[in-house]
Design a binder for this molecule. Structure first.
Ligand code: ZN
Length: 88
């Protein structure tokens, strides 16, 4: 799967290629209207579609008051919010 390939590229430090895989996977996903699994959504910026799976690409903060995780993309400086998994 393309997303796991993006992961692998990021692990070996090739973030450019990771980004490319993300875009490719998104393009394919949109064409077939596939919804991204929840855990994958957190790995990619929904604003610029950059790969966020590595620490130097994003800042993650847990906001326990709001019950959410805040992920700031360092590529486009926008933030995303995800509910913490506590409700499960
Ligand atoms: Zn971004």
């Amino acid at each position: 799967m393309l997303f796991s390939q993006a992961d692998e590229k990021a692990k070996i430090g090739d973030l450019e290629l990771a980004d490319r895989y993300v875009r490719l996977a998104r393009a394919i996903g949109m064409r077939h209207t596939i919804r991204l699994p929840r855990d994958l959504k957190r790995k990619f910026c929904k604003h610029c579609y950059g790969y966020l799976g590595s620490a130097e690409r994003c800042r993650v903060r847990v906001n326990s008051n709001m019950g959410r995780v805040e992920v700031k993309c360092l590529n486009c400086s926008k933030s995303m919010y995800f509910p913490t998994g506590k409700k499960k």
